[in-house]
Design a protein around this ligand. Structure first.
Ligand code: SF4
Length: 463
């Protein structure tokens, strides 16, 4: 049977027709993937509205489809970090989507009747809510540094994102992961006047977390506890309350030699150890660094980290070598995979969650030509890890124009992303794996993970 909203307009059709084949997936998850791969355009009025609330902090990469120099409306300073889609003609359940700026996107946010609304090629799609400006962003650190630079939050407040090293020692096109714009983004943001620091001091991170903790404790009513459902009907003025922070991620670029006299393990461990000494167990500590040998992984655990993310980025062995040349040279794909499994013995398999970049396996000139080929390869990787209790997760590839692969091509087809959602969910279900820890609630209307829809396709946890 044809979807009743197919008459809504041509740009809806691709997603709605696909939903006829993927009726077992939430419709919101398909639109979320489409928004993530194509980006979002904002009118000036929508940007003026958004600028009063929680705006993009550029917490690590650009995650935009145009460089800052092409943002004629100052989107880099005014676009929201994330949007929550609700209601509309399709009756969306609350769906949180990370904002990737693309003035040429068919998805447009505008102000209508004093509310933000999302349209697709002019057809109404959903109401849009934004996150309030966090009270702790307003408190400058004692040394004057900006809170949204030192300790920004994403996932609607759930996750404190601590990029403590804003560059990567895999430098230049022969070394950097070919989808990654970390070094170029650093340059463009500094040029645009954002107060990026290459390395954040441990003292600044602790001071920032102290401000967050004090603010959240003193203003409990402003925040939703993790696990509580948003009441979208109670949202005032198009603003949806933030969640109380529940986890932090320590990350940054790879350290291949030394950084300020320290190895990658020493450098990143010092932050975890300092946070857990000062705030023992307050947040779920997560670490995104390279794949290391078990003895070094044990040091992350001893420092208080609970979830380890040794991201393998792409499963196919040849693609790994081409897409991650620096990692292939210094560690190698087989060692990387072996180390993931050995880390699972240290942390427990559920607490090792390597990321891959969903869609990059179709990026040309190296990638698969067909959706079927790309999904078959990804399926091998998921089966390999999930059959051993390790549940990888993915972020949706954003072809950032300052990355090598994003210079001259668009995203992977939506069919790939729909297939990936089903594949991931079914593999996860087949192996009876737990909900990945450190990602908040699963399920449509509940998930907060904003850079892919993998949490949106899981069954909701019973209240
Ligand atoms: S290791 Fe690769 S993905 Fe990570 S920051 Fe460096 S270039 Fe980017």
């Amino acid at each position: 049977m044809q979807h009743p909203a197919l008459a809504a307009g041509p740009a809806h059709e691709a997603v709605l027709r696909l939903h006829e084949q993927y009726a077992d997936l939430p419709l919101e998850a398909l639109f979320k993937e489409d928004l993530l791969r194509r980006g979002i355009a904002f009118t000036d009025a929508a940007l003026r509205w958004s600028a009063r609330h929680k705006t993009k902090a550029y917490f690590i990469f650009s995650f935009d489809l145009v460089p800052v120099s092409d943002m004629a409306q100052g989107e880099n300073l005014r676009a929201p970090e994330e949007i929550a889609l609700v209601g509309g003609p399709l009756g969306f359940r609350r769906t949180i989507v990370s904002v990737r700026v693309n003035p040429a996107s068919p998805y447009h946010v505008d102000v209508e009747n004093e509310r933000l609304r999302l349209r697709c090629n002019g057809e109404p799609l959903a109401d849009v809510l934004v996150g309030p400006y966090p009270g702790h962003y307003a408190a400058p650190l004692p040394n004057g540094k900006a809170m949204n630079e030192v300790a920004p939050t994403i996932e609607w407040g759930y996750l404190l994102y601590l990029t403590v090293f804003r560059q990567c020692q895999y430098f230049g096109t022969d070394e950097e992961c070919q989808f990654c714009d970390i070094n170029e983004n650093f340059r463009q943001q500094v040029k645009a006047g954002r107060p990026y620091q290459t390395v954040k001091s441990v003292e600044d991170v602790l001071a920032a977390l102290e401000i967050v903790a004090a603010h959240e404790d003193a203003n409990r009513a402003e925040y939703l506890p993790a696990g509580a459902a948003h009441d979208v009907h109670a949202s005032r003025d198009g603003v949806l309350p933030l969640l109380r922070s529940h986890a932090y991620t320590i990350t940054g670029g790879s350290v291949t030699g030394k950084l300020r006299g320290q190895s990658e393990i020493e450098f990143y461990c010092q932050y975890a150890a300092a946070i857990e000494t000062k705030f023992p167990g307050r947040w779920i500590g997560k670490m995104v660094v390279q794949a290391h040998e078990a003895a070094d992984v044990q040091r992350f655990k001893d420092a208080g980290i609970r979830v380890y993310h040794p991201n393998y980025e792409v499963w196919d062995a040849e693609l790994f070598d081409k897409i991650c040349p620096g990692k292939a040279r210094t560690i190698g794909r087989d060692h990387w995979v072996r180390r993931i499994l050995e880390a699972a013995k240290v942390f427990g398999p559920a607490y090792v969650i390597p990321n891959f970049v969903g869609g990059v396996e179709m990026a040309q000139p190296y990638g698969f030509d067909t959706v079927e080929g790309a999904l078959a390869s990804t399926a091998q990787g998921l089966e390999f890890f999930m059959s051993q209790g390790v549940s990888p997760r993915f972020t949706t590839w954003c072809p950032e124009p300052l990355s090598v692969l994003g210079r001259d091509q668009g995203p992977a087809p939506l069919e790939y992303h729909a297939g990936l959602l089903r594949l991931w969910r079914d593999s996860h279900r087949k192996h009876r794996l737990p909900v990945p820890p450190g990602y908040g609630d699963p399920g449509p209307g509940r998930a907060v993970f904003s850079v892919s829809a993998f949490m949106d396709v899981l069954e909701p946890t019973p209240a």
